[in-house]
Design a protein around this ligand. Structure first.
Ligand SMILES: Nc1nc2c(ncn2[C@@H]2O[C@H](COP(=O)(O)OP(=O)(O)OP(=O)(O)O)[C@@H](O)[C@H]2O)c(=O)[nH]1
Ligand SMILES: [Mg+2]
Length: 195
Protein backbone atom coordinates (compact mmCIF):
# COMPACT_ATOMS: atom_id res chain seq x y z
CA UNK A 1 0.00 0.00 0.00
CA UNK A 2 1.14 3.54 -0.75
CA UNK A 3 0.27 6.27 1.72
CA UNK A 4 -0.44 9.36 -0.36
CA UNK A 5 -2.17 11.45 2.27
CA UNK A 6 -1.84 11.47 6.06
CA UNK A 7 -3.61 14.15 8.07
CA UNK A 8 -4.17 14.66 11.76
CA UNK A 9 -7.90 14.37 12.42
CA UNK A 10 -8.45 14.77 16.17
CA UNK A 11 -7.36 13.96 19.72
CA UNK A 12 -9.93 12.35 21.99
CA UNK A 13 -9.84 11.97 25.74
CA UNK A 14 -12.65 9.40 25.74
CA UNK A 15 -14.15 7.08 23.18
CA UNK A 16 -17.35 9.10 22.91
CA UNK A 17 -15.18 11.74 21.15
CA UNK A 18 -13.61 9.56 18.45
CA UNK A 19 -14.70 10.29 14.84
CA UNK A 20 -18.24 9.13 14.13
CA UNK A 21 -17.73 8.23 10.48
CA UNK A 22 -17.49 4.66 9.24
CA UNK A 23 -13.74 4.65 8.45
CA UNK A 24 -11.88 1.86 10.22
CA UNK A 25 -9.08 2.22 12.73
CA UNK A 26 -5.74 0.45 12.82
CA UNK A 27 -4.28 1.23 16.24
CA UNK A 28 -0.86 1.16 17.90
CA UNK A 29 -0.25 0.54 21.58
CA UNK A 30 2.56 -0.47 23.93
CA UNK A 31 4.59 0.73 26.89
CA UNK A 32 5.41 4.41 27.09
CA UNK A 33 8.49 5.23 25.03
CA UNK A 34 8.41 1.99 23.02
CA UNK A 35 8.21 4.01 19.80
CA UNK A 36 4.52 4.15 18.79
CA UNK A 37 4.49 7.75 17.60
CA UNK A 38 7.82 7.33 15.80
CA UNK A 39 6.49 4.27 13.98
CA UNK A 40 3.39 6.17 12.83
CA UNK A 41 5.63 8.90 11.43
CA UNK A 42 7.81 6.32 9.72
CA UNK A 43 4.86 4.44 8.19
CA UNK A 44 3.34 7.66 6.85
CA UNK A 45 6.75 9.12 5.82
CA UNK A 46 5.62 12.20 7.70
CA UNK A 47 8.09 13.41 10.32
CA UNK A 48 6.30 15.36 13.02
CA UNK A 49 2.82 13.97 12.28
CA UNK A 50 2.67 12.22 15.67
CA UNK A 51 4.55 13.88 18.53
CA UNK A 52 7.70 12.02 19.57
CA UNK A 53 9.57 12.55 22.84
CA UNK A 54 12.51 10.99 24.64
CA UNK A 55 10.48 11.48 27.85
CA UNK A 56 7.94 8.67 28.33
CA UNK A 57 4.26 9.54 28.65
CA UNK A 58 4.17 11.98 25.72
CA UNK A 59 0.99 10.71 24.07
CA UNK A 60 -1.89 11.06 26.56
CA UNK A 61 -4.89 11.09 24.24
CA UNK A 62 -6.31 8.93 21.44
CA UNK A 63 -4.95 10.52 18.24
CA UNK A 64 -6.60 9.79 14.91
CA UNK A 65 -4.66 10.33 11.66
CA UNK A 66 -6.68 9.95 8.48
CA UNK A 67 -4.84 7.96 5.79
CA UNK A 68 -5.64 8.28 2.10
CA UNK A 69 -9.07 9.56 3.23
CA UNK A 70 -9.96 5.88 3.70
CA UNK A 71 -8.90 4.71 7.16
CA UNK A 72 -7.35 5.89 10.42
CA UNK A 73 -4.01 5.20 11.99
CA UNK A 74 -4.50 5.60 15.74
CA UNK A 75 -1.77 6.58 18.19
CA UNK A 76 -2.74 5.51 21.70
CA UNK A 77 -1.27 6.59 25.05
CA UNK A 78 1.39 4.26 26.38
CA UNK A 79 0.87 2.05 29.42
CA UNK A 80 3.20 1.21 32.28
CA UNK A 81 4.63 4.65 32.87
CA UNK A 82 5.10 5.07 36.63
CA UNK A 83 5.37 8.85 36.69
CA UNK A 84 1.88 9.43 35.36
CA UNK A 85 -0.24 10.06 38.46
CA UNK A 86 -1.89 6.99 39.88
CA UNK A 87 -5.46 7.96 39.05
CA UNK A 88 -4.45 8.39 35.40
CA UNK A 89 -2.26 5.30 35.36
CA UNK A 90 -4.21 2.35 36.80
CA UNK A 91 -2.73 -0.83 35.42
CA UNK A 92 -4.14 -0.04 32.02
CA UNK A 93 -5.88 3.30 32.04
CA UNK A 94 -9.62 3.61 31.38
CA UNK A 95 -8.96 5.47 28.13
CA UNK A 96 -6.91 2.52 26.83
CA UNK A 97 -9.32 -0.19 28.02
CA UNK A 98 -12.39 1.63 26.71
CA UNK A 99 -10.81 2.13 23.32
CA UNK A 100 -9.38 -1.36 22.95
CA UNK A 101 -12.37 -3.26 24.34
CA UNK A 102 -15.31 -1.10 23.32
CA UNK A 103 -14.48 0.98 20.29
CA UNK A 104 -16.19 -0.56 17.29
CA UNK A 105 -14.06 1.38 14.84
CA UNK A 106 -10.97 -0.52 15.89
CA UNK A 107 -10.19 -3.13 13.28
CA UNK A 108 -6.72 -4.32 14.27
CA UNK A 109 -4.31 -3.50 17.08
CA UNK A 110 -0.53 -3.59 16.88
CA UNK A 111 1.15 -4.14 20.24
CA UNK A 112 4.66 -2.68 20.15
CA UNK A 113 7.39 -4.24 22.27
CA UNK A 114 11.00 -3.12 22.60
CA UNK A 115 13.13 -5.67 20.72
CA UNK A 116 16.02 -5.13 23.14
CA UNK A 117 14.15 -6.29 26.23
CA UNK A 118 13.15 -9.72 27.42
CA UNK A 119 9.35 -10.20 27.45
CA UNK A 120 7.95 -7.70 29.97
CA UNK A 121 5.24 -8.76 32.43
CA UNK A 122 3.01 -5.78 31.62
CA UNK A 123 3.09 -6.50 27.87
CA UNK A 124 2.31 -10.17 28.48
CA UNK A 125 -0.59 -9.16 30.70
CA UNK A 126 -1.91 -6.82 28.05
CA UNK A 127 -1.59 -9.49 25.35
CA UNK A 128 -3.37 -12.00 27.59
CA UNK A 129 -6.21 -9.52 28.07
CA UNK A 130 -6.49 -9.12 24.29
CA UNK A 131 -6.62 -12.88 23.85
CA UNK A 132 -9.29 -13.31 26.52
CA UNK A 133 -11.41 -10.68 24.82
CA UNK A 134 -10.88 -11.91 21.27
CA UNK A 135 -9.27 -8.68 20.08
CA UNK A 136 -7.36 -9.13 16.77
CA UNK A 137 -3.75 -8.09 17.29
CA UNK A 138 -0.18 -8.43 16.07
CA UNK A 139 3.21 -7.69 17.63
CA UNK A 140 5.80 -5.23 16.35
CA UNK A 141 9.35 -5.41 17.73
CA UNK A 142 10.65 -1.83 17.77
CA UNK A 143 14.09 -0.20 17.70
CA UNK A 144 15.73 -3.13 15.92
CA UNK A 145 18.44 -0.76 14.63
CA UNK A 146 19.93 -1.18 18.11
CA UNK A 147 20.41 -4.94 17.57
CA UNK A 148 22.48 -7.11 15.26
CA UNK A 149 20.60 -9.51 12.97
CA UNK A 150 21.43 -12.40 15.31
CA UNK A 151 20.29 -10.54 18.42
CA UNK A 152 17.06 -9.61 16.64
CA UNK A 153 16.34 -13.20 15.67
CA UNK A 154 17.05 -14.38 19.22
CA UNK A 155 14.80 -11.70 20.65
CA UNK A 156 11.87 -12.79 18.45
CA UNK A 157 12.52 -16.46 19.27
CA UNK A 158 12.54 -15.67 22.99
CA UNK A 159 9.21 -13.90 22.62
CA UNK A 160 7.66 -16.76 20.69
CA UNK A 161 8.87 -19.23 23.34
CA UNK A 162 7.25 -17.15 26.09
CA UNK A 163 3.98 -16.77 24.19
CA UNK A 164 3.96 -20.49 23.36
CA UNK A 165 3.59 -21.20 27.09
CA UNK A 166 0.06 -19.80 26.84
CA UNK A 167 -0.89 -19.67 23.18
CA UNK A 168 -1.22 -22.38 20.55
CA UNK A 169 -1.03 -19.98 17.63
CA UNK A 170 1.38 -17.08 17.25
CA UNK A 171 0.01 -13.66 16.35
CA UNK A 172 1.44 -11.91 13.26
CA UNK A 173 4.87 -10.46 14.11
CA UNK A 174 6.97 -7.73 12.54
CA UNK A 175 10.39 -6.18 13.18
CA UNK A 176 10.69 -2.43 12.81
CA UNK A 177 13.11 0.44 13.04
CA UNK A 178 11.71 3.92 12.69
CA UNK A 179 15.28 5.17 12.31
CA UNK A 180 15.92 3.02 9.27
CA UNK A 181 12.46 2.42 7.85
CA UNK A 182 12.70 -1.32 8.56
CA UNK A 183 9.39 -3.18 8.45
CA UNK A 184 7.50 -0.42 6.65
CA UNK A 185 6.48 -2.41 3.55
CA UNK A 186 5.56 -5.53 5.54
CA UNK A 187 3.42 -3.63 8.02
CA UNK A 188 1.66 -1.57 5.34
CA UNK A 189 0.98 -4.68 3.22
CA UNK A 190 -0.47 -6.39 6.26
CA UNK A 191 -2.72 -3.40 7.01
CA UNK A 192 -3.83 -3.38 3.37
CA UNK A 193 -4.92 -7.02 3.66
CA UNK A 194 -6.65 -6.32 6.99
CA UNK A 195 -8.70 -3.53 5.53
N1 LIG B 1 17.00 3.99 17.87
C1 LIG B 1 15.67 4.11 17.77
N2 LIG B 1 15.01 4.96 18.58
C2 LIG B 1 13.67 5.04 18.46
C3 LIG B 1 12.96 4.28 17.50
N3 LIG B 1 11.63 4.55 17.64
C4 LIG B 1 11.55 5.48 18.62
N4 LIG B 1 12.76 5.78 19.11
C5 LIG B 1 13.05 6.76 20.20
O1 LIG B 1 12.33 6.37 21.37
C6 LIG B 1 11.81 7.50 22.05
C7 LIG B 1 10.31 7.37 22.24
O2 LIG B 1 9.68 7.41 20.97
P1 LIG B 1 8.09 7.75 20.83
O3 LIG B 1 7.76 7.43 19.41
O4 LIG B 1 7.78 9.09 21.34
O5 LIG B 1 7.48 6.65 21.80
P2 LIG B 1 5.95 6.44 22.23
O6 LIG B 1 5.74 4.97 22.35
O7 LIG B 1 5.03 7.17 21.30
O8 LIG B 1 5.95 7.10 23.68
P3 LIG B 1 4.71 7.69 24.54
O9 LIG B 1 3.88 8.57 23.64
O10 LIG B 1 5.41 8.46 25.60
O11 LIG B 1 3.94 6.53 25.07
C8 LIG B 1 12.24 8.72 21.24
O12 LIG B 1 13.41 9.24 21.80
C9 LIG B 1 12.49 8.15 19.85
O13 LIG B 1 13.42 8.90 19.10
C10 LIG B 1 13.69 3.38 16.64
O14 LIG B 1 13.17 2.66 15.78
N5 LIG B 1 15.04 3.34 16.83
MG1 LIG C 1 3.64 8.62 21.67
Amino acid sequence: MQITKAVFKCSSEKISQVPKDDLRDIAFIGRSNVGKSSLINMLTSHKGLAKVSATPGKTRLINHFCINEKWYLVDLPGYGYARVSKSKRGEFSKIILDYVLKCEKMHFLFVLVDSRLEPQAIDLKFIEMLGENGIPFGIIFTKTDKLSATQRRKSVERYCATLAEQWEEMPPMFCSSSERGTGRDEILDFIDKCL
